[in-house]
Ligand binder design. Structure first.
Ligand SMILES: Cc1cc2nc3c(=O)[nH]c(=O)nc-3n(C[C@H](O)[C@H](O)[C@H](O)COP(=O)(O)O)c2cc1C
Length: 184
């Protein structure tokens, strides 16, 4: 096996400073094995999609697409907004899907997590799986990490405090690493 670490790009569907979904990504980073690096790409700098610009996209989009292309896998943590994926995340994915010949998500190993209220963002996850299917992502179906009643499992700064959820996150990180190796 190669010496270079497995490089995972992490995306959060929330820009909120104390976001619990960003907290899930921090927990993933903390539970990554020694041969894996998980880097967050902050979607805050991605402008609104404009198809007029898709062939000469803004520099933030160029950097975003390059980061996806060079990653061995992508880990997405997202809240649910109005039964769906937040616009911040959908907007970034739309950029990554254009133009049709330059789609870095095609064939990319991907894993999804969500944290939220009563249903833990499960409807957003289902919609994200549909979007990802359309974009050619290869999304792990399990283990599922769906964190309901997040307010009880994170501190006010969005740091994960629940050991059971931490174990789930670690399991997903390990599964994504194995998935990425298998598809390499
Ligand atoms: C615009 C908006 C829409 C939301 N819609 C839903 C929803 O449809 N279902 C749900 O379970 N929670 C919904 N929520 C609650 C968020 O899922 C919850 O605030 C979550 O903690 C946000 O994630 P974050 O901490 O990572 O920012 C909504 C929140 C916002 C701001």
């Amino acid at each position: 096996m190669a010496d270079s670490p497995t490089r995972i790009l992490a995306l959060a569907g929330s820009l909120r400073k104390n976001s619990v979904n960003r907290g899930l990504i921090r927990a993933a980073q903390e539970s990554a094995p020694p041969d894996m690096v998980i880097d967050l790409f902050d979607l805050a700098g991605i402008p609104l999609f404009n198809q007029d610009l898709e062939r000469e996209p803004p520099s933030a989009v160029v950097a975003f697409k390059a980061a996806i292309a060079s990653a061995d896998g992508v880990l997405i943590a997202t809240p649910e907004y109005n039964f769906s994926v937040p616009g911040v995340l959908k907007n970034a994915l739309d950029w990554a899907s254009r133009p049709p010949r330059e789609q870095p998500f095609v064939g990319k190993p991907v894993a999804i997590m969500s944290a939220g209220g009563r249903f833990g963002g499960v409807r957003a996850q289902l919609q994200l799986r549909q979007i990802g299917h359309g974009m050619g992502m290869l999304i792990l179906s399990r283990p599922e990490v769906i964190v309901e009643k997040a307010v009880e499992k994170f501190d006010p700064n969005g740091n994960l405090t629940d050991t059971g959820v931490r174990d789930q996150v670690q399991g997903l990180v390990q599964a994504l690493g194995a998935w990425a190796q298998r598809l390499a």
